[in-house]
Design a binder for this molecule. Sequence first.
Ligand code: PAF
Length: 282
Amino acid sequence: MEVIRNHHQLQAYIERNKEMGKRIGFAPTMGALHQGHISLYQAARENNDLVVSSIFVNPTQFNNAEDLEKYPRTIEKDLQKLEASQLVDMVYLPSIEDIYPEKTLSKKYNFGGIENEMEGASRPGHFDGVGTVVEELFKQIKPDNAYFGEKDFQQLSIIRKLVQILNLPIKIHGVPIYREESGLAMSSRNERLNPELKDKAKIIYQVLQRIKEWAPSLSVQEIAHKVKEIFEQEKDMELEYITIADEENLQPTNAFSANKKYRAFIVVVVGGIRLIDNIALH
Ligand code: PAF
């Protein structure tokens, strides 16, 4: 596996491989790699000649300084995991200047409204930050295919919109959520949970499964009410939001309609750690 640490080296690598007609599959990450990331590489391995990843903790997508500071940075371990997986041909570790040559600021995007709900409302500016770094990485790496986890389903929708707005010839692939045995969605943030909190956090997926059973015979309001009640009884857990939204445009719904596909989106803060998950209701 090649490790590339700057933009110029990257350019030479990409040009060389493009000239040879290699198809590039790309999975960007912020490191603290886990099995969920490995599942992105496995998907990329299936229909590309080269699998490329990046590790870059992107400051502009954090709206909370403490969250950015506490984000796990485990680069040596990550490189070992990548090497051991034998799935990745090259990993790009850009410096801040490689991504933000001038100021470390986000561009402003209009993603047609999907940026305003849920994570967009809870974390102002988050999707502008994601859009900015992913646009830059796409321009530098020029992938044919790019892979994103469905855990961050709203992010996946934003990226689909981004390539459409920028007219980039990149196919975006959503990869199903990779769960621990307990059902907890794999996340770099799970590393910050102590064993007791991690055990408690498995309730998040159990609740999502209940929602799937309840919908659509219970109304959206009844479901939301039941979910709130469940979390009110849990110590060290705070429900930030439960939203049922149209899977197409991510607009929250107040009532199920038969010809649409819905997803339930949830954020729970467990012992101060913000965990996100979702489930398809179809
Ligand atoms: O999902 C992530 O890890 C990040 O949001 C991404 C896509 C790598 C952009 O920084």
